[in-house]
Design a binder for this molecule. Sequence first.
Ligand SMILES: NC(=O)c1ccc[n+]([C@@H]2O[C@H](COP(=O)([O-])OP(=O)(O)OC[C@H]3O[C@@H](n4cnc5c(N)ncnc54)[C@H](O)[C@@H]3O)[C@@H](O)[C@H]2O)c1
Length: 281
Amino acid sequence: MNQSAVVGAGVMGKGIAYAFAISGYEVFVNDVKEEALEKAERDIESLLEKSCDKGFLTKEVYHTALENLHFETDLTKAAKNADVVVEAVLEKIDLKISIFQQLDEICKPEAILATNTSTMSPTEIGAQTSRPDKVVAMHFFNPVHKMKLIEVIRGLDTSDETVDQVRTISNQIQKEMVEVNEFPGFVTSRMNCLIGNEAMNMFMEGVASAEDIDKAMKLGLNHPMGPLELADLVGLDSRLRNMEYLHQTLGEKYRPSPILTKYVKAGRLGKKSGKGFYNYS
Ligand SMILES: NC(=O)c1ccc[n+]([C@@H]2O[C@H](COP(=O)([O-])OP(=O)(O)OC[C@H]3O[C@@H](n4cnc5c(N)ncnc54)[C@H](O)[C@@H]3O)[C@@H](O)[C@H]2O)c1
C-alpha cells in the first residue's frame, strides 16, 4: 500500500494527512471547500516545517512528505488510485453515507474505506456500499501528530483481512491500535464525552471556574488535559454532534449540557473560533 486519500481537510483531516505523508504514503487531501483545502495546505506545511526545525523529522522525510502531498477538490481524482481512504468530514451520518457511496463507485475494489467518526456505526455506513467487508472505522485523536492511538472499530461485516491491513497501516504510520467491537461512542468517545459533559454541567452550575475544573482533573486525577480545554480543542460544534448522537443511541445519561448547546448557538466553537470555555484571542 502506498497511496492514501483523506476526505475532509478540517482539524482531523489535516493531522491524518500529515501522519500518512511523513510515513512515505502519497496523500491526496480532498475537501469540498477550496478555502479549507488552501488552509489545510498552509497548516500541514507549517507543521512539517516546525517538526523538522525541532528535529522530530529529518530533512529527507520533510522533503519527501512535501512531495507526497496533493490537494484536490475533485473527489474522483483524489480517491481513484487510493489503497486506503480515510473520511474525516463532519459528524453527520447522511453526509458520511453519501461520501462512502461515492467512494464505492470511484475506488479500486480492493481499497479500504475508513471513517474517522467519533461515535457512529461503520456497519450502517458499510451497508450502503457494495463492499461492507472493506469498511471500517479508524478513529484518530487530536492532535494527530502527537496522539499515538487509532481506535479501530469493526463493523458487523468488516473482514479479518481488512482489520489485518489496518493493523499494518497503523504500524506504518507509527500509531498504536486498539480493536473495538461496534457500539455507539466505542471506548474513548463514550467515556470522554460523558466526562466533558459533566464538567460543562458543573461549570454551568457554578461549582468551580473552568480553570479550576480543569486544574482539578489534571493535578488531582492525572488527566493530561482538563475536560473543558479538551472540548475547546475538539471544537464545541463537533462535541455537540457527538453528544446528540450518543443521547439518541444510548439514552438520557448523554443529554448534551445546555451550556454546550448555548455556546454553539452563539458561535463559540472553542479554539477554532477564538472563544469557547476559554478565550484564545
Ligand atoms: N475534532 C476532533 O477532536 C475529533 C477527534 C476524533 C474524531 N473526530 C471526527 O472527525 C471528523 C471530522 O471532524 P473535524 O473536527 O476534523 O471537523 P471539521 O469541521 O474541522 O472539518 C470537516 C471538514 O470536512 C469538510 N467537508 C464537509 N463536507 C464535505 C464533503 N462532502 N467532501 C469533502 N469534505 C467535506 C468541511 O469543509 C471541513 O473542512 C468527525 O467525524 C469527528 O467526529 C474529530
